[in-house]
Write a protein that binds this ligand. Sequence first.
Ligand SMILES: [Zn+2]
Length: 293
Amino acid sequence: MGSITDNYNQTVNQYLENIDSRTIEYAVDTVIEFVRYANREPKGLLDFHNGSKQPKEENYKYDVFEKAHAALSLDKWDRSKIGSGEICKYASDAIAFTDNLVNRHFAVPDFLNRLKDPDKQKRDKCEQALYEIYLGDDEEKAFNDAISCFGAKYPIIAFLFFIKDRDRFLPTSPDTFDSIFNSMGLSFKMSAKCGWNNYCEFIAIIKCAQDMLSKSGVCRHTVSLLDAHSAIWIMNYEEFKSWRKTIDDINIPMRPKNTIYKPDGTSDYVCARCNYQFIQTSRCPECGQLMKE
Ligand SMILES: [Zn+2]
C-alpha cells in the first residue's frame, strides 16, 4: 500500500532529475557571496536559519509556521467535524499568522469571506477541502479541491500546505518568484499556473538549492527546505540586485585581489574577478575588469 507522501515524492523527484542544477548552483553561489559581502563575513560559517547572518530577517517564517500550525489544532479534527463550522474556525485562526507571506489586503480577506459564505453547502465544501489537505490521503486531490473552493490563489493554497509540514511544503509569491527565476536564468513560471504539478516543480527547484547549499558546507546548521527558500528569496532584495549589478559590470573599478611587488620595482596585479596575474595596468587583459588604483 502506498503512503500519502508517495505522490509528492514521485512528482518532486521527477522534476529534480530533470532540473538545471548548474544554474541553481550558480545562483546559490552568488547568494552566498552576497551574504558574505553584506555581513562582512568573508570566511566564517553562515546562518540561514536564525537570520543573524542575513541582510534582513528571514527567520520569521519559522515563527509563522509554529503559530499557524498550532492554531490549526489538528488534534481536534476528525471527519465528523466536517460541516460543523469548527474546521473553518481553526483555518481562520491559522490564517491570522501569515505575516507578509500572503497579501493581507486582498488574499487573506478573500479567503476569510469564503470561509464565512452564507451558503452552508459552500462552507461545508471548504471544510471538506481543508480536511483533505491536513488529514486526507491524497494531497494532489486536496490541492485541486482547495482550488475549487478558494480559487486558483497560489499564495493562500501554498500557505495552507506550508503550515501542514514545513519540511515538505513552502509558501510562495508567484510574481516575485517568476522574477527571481528569470534573473537566475530559469524559464520556470508560477503566475497564473497554480496547480499541484507546478507546485511540486517549484519545491524541486528549492530542494535542489537546499542540496547545493548543504553541499557548499558554508552553513553552521543543517539546511532545511525553508532555509533554501530564504536564501533564494534574498535574490529579490534591492540590495542584492544593486550589488549584483556592480559585480556584473567590469567597468566599475575593482580593487586587485593582490598586488605583487617585484624586485625590479614594477608590480603585478592579481584580478579579483578571474585570478589572472598581469603587469599593473588599468584593465585585466584576461576578463577586461577595470582596476581600482
Ligand atoms: Zn580578470
